[in-house]
Design a protein around this ligand. Structure first.
Ligand SMILES: Nc1ncnc2c1ncn2[C@@H]1O[C@H](COP(=O)(O)OP(=O)(O)O)[C@@H](O)[C@H]1O
Ligand SMILES: [Mg+2]
Length: 145
């Protein structure tokens, strides 16, 4: 089994990449929608990620071969639970890093349906720590288009 943790700012192309792949994903935005009828609700962070982890655990117990985590996953702290769950279930955890400049994310963000506020995006860019093998990922794939 594999867990693939996507890492990237809003607008970096994570959900589009998964759509193209047709890959099975747990999306924090979709879960926001399921829980609060609003994919942009940023007030229920803990519940959203508890739900992501709950669903991931169910999938691992069912033996699903691969699960993508579609969330920004900007910091090591954000990503650590998936590395721990991978270890507990004996599966590989890899990262896909959307190394897209802030200016490009900003431009794509401005043009889409759900716009993340400009100052929130800048704050997130400041928190972004690229994923590494040293942190525990079996491999890190870079996407930079
Ligand atoms: N490789 C790409 N080149 C150009 N535009 C893209 C690319 N990937 C995504 N986009 C566009 O950028 C916007 C944000 O993409 P999205 O996949 O929703 O980002 P994320 O899920 O990381 O927030 C969408 O309008 C999408 O169509
Ligand atoms: Mg998305």
């Amino acid at each position: 089994m594999r867990i693939v943790v996507l890492v990237g700012l809003p607008g970096s192309g994570k959900s589009t990449y998964l759509e193209r792949l047709g890959a099975p994903a747990l999306s924090s935005d979709r879960i926001r929608g399921l829980l609060a009828d609003d994919e942009t609700d940023q007030t229920i962070h803990d519940r959203v990620f508890q739900t992501v982890r709950y669903l991931l655990r169910q999938r691992l117990e069912l033996g699903r071969p691969v699960t993508y985590i579609d969330a920004t996953n900007l910091t090591r702290e954000d990503r650590r639970p998936y590395l721990e769950m991978g270890r507990a279930h004996g599966c590989e955890v890899e990262a896909v890093f959307f190394d897209v400049p802030l200016a490009v994310c900003r431009e794509r963000n401005a043009r889409r349906r759900r716009v993340v506020p400009e100052e929130a995006l800048a704050k997130m860019a400041g928190k972004l720590t690229p994923p590494t093998v040293e942190e525990g990922f079996a491999r890190v794939t870079l996407i930079s288009d």
